[in-house]
Ligand binder design. Sequence first.
Ligand code: M6R
Length: 367
Amino acid sequence: EKAGFDHFMLKEINEQPKAYRDTMRGRISEDGRSVALPELKITAEQLKGINRVHIVACGTALHAGLVGKNVIESLVRIPVETDVASEYRYRSPIITPDTLVIVVSQSGETADTLAALREAQRCGARVLAITNVVGSSVAREADDVIITLAGPEIAVASTKAYSSQLIAFFLFGLYWAQVVGKQDEAAVSHVLSAMQALPEQVEKILAQAEVLKEVAESISHHSSLFFIGRGVDYAVAMEGSLKLKEISYIHSEAYAAGELKHGTLALIEEGTPVIALLTQEELYEKMLSNIKETKARGADVLGIVNEGHESEIAKSVDRYFSIPRTLPLLTPALSVIPLQLISYYASLALGHDVDKPRNLAKSVTVE
Ligand code: M6R
């Protein structure tokens, strides 16, 4: 049932091209110029009336939500707040009639997420759920549901569910922008064609998986490391850090690269591994100076860059891994893959139970 893979996690990492295709299938018009989400009950009129969004989830699903915030804010230009479900449900959130609450949950059974959904509805909000399980509690109780078609995810560490949630956010953001006229047809079809290239681009990354084994093995000798990035790269850094902690038990922190010098830089010493994401071209130079700050303290840096930057980045980092080019907003769907693989190989190198890490359950149905 692991289809020839050693672990469910590795199988599920490799299923991402299919998960992307399945999640997009039937939701992009034949001519590739518009998004169709007939499952949504919310009307164009109602979407026009939404002026703020709260994205609420736990763990990896929350990290997908952080990318979702960037997607909605840049495509629809509506302010989005993201919150941890266990905080949201108790902080008497400010919900107005023009608030849309989006809950994200692979299982659709996470207790805190479900409670946040109920609290939002109690306060009068309309709730849209992004979930992988048809018929789950979250899917049943939400007003609108977008199902990710990642297929069953068995490994405790979420991989294909997260990346399919990103696809769902891209689709929903485009759909919304399209129905309220925030993006014209040319802009929508430009993003859609880039999205349709993602599955093959993931395949390209997966074909280089072995390269990351060596990086993971060197990391596995350390007790702490940092993931740094800016913009959506920072959101992906958080996911990379959680994944690594969860299955390798190595401490790591994700940092907004520009924030390092406000304290955390003190922790960088000779040999500290730093994984730096530089997929946002506009922020590339800024990232290079942040990398320099860590190198000056002896950091051992792995840079994740877009194709074409190889010879240039080689001068600034100890190692690099390049990913195919896509639109800046879509990069998380690619840049997360090497991070998943690094966690997988690090856990393997340390001899841990990759699919069933200590202290954790696949579905957290208690508070
Ligand atoms: O089923 P959910 O998406 O609601 O689960 C939320 C988190 O418990 C989950 O994403 C957790 O963080 C993963 N094990 C991380 O890999």
